[in-house]
Ligand binder design. Sequence first.
Ligand code: CU
Length: 209
Amino acid sequence: MTSVLRLRAVSRPTALLALAAALLLSVLVAAPPPASAHDTLLSSDPADGDVLETSPEAITLTYSADILAVSPVVRITDESGTELADITPTVDGPTATATLPEPLPAGTHTVQWRVVSSDGHPIEGSFTVTVEQDTEVVDEGAAAASDGGGEAPAASDGAQDESSAAPSAAEADEVDEQGGLPLPMLIGILAVVVLAAVVAVVVILRRRD
Ligand SMILES: [Cu+2]
């Protein structure tokens, strides 16, 4: 009789403690990982689905945070999948600007982009833009504008960026794979270990009584 009472006296708080620990840990484990969301494309100019009379001179992509100037790519293909342009855009804060080396022909084209998010993860997406007519008619003005110089330095900057940044992009990928997983796993393992310890204590206390 006394042993039963003593058992209850000891095991109630212990059981409550175990329950509380289990609840706390399940909350920790179930909680979403700390904010490490990728940047997202907020807007582009031209925007997805835009119908333009003639080719834009550049495509501007604006992201939700400052993207990294690591191997950014803007690739434009026509409806048959033929590549029209493969551009290394210039990155300035949250904005990537891809200046077209030559005007896009008439047609509905797919703009594919790939940049590295501020958290080091590569992100990518695509959208379509329709050009109604070839730029042939406006060529004289466009040629004069592009002959004005200033594009050559930009092109060599892009090439430099690409060659020096390519290895670090690969590194970023590796780091993500190794550094991204362990935290939730560690919490899970910790939860199991702590729960096992609590259960063991409860069992030992019961056996003793
Ligand atoms: Cu990320």
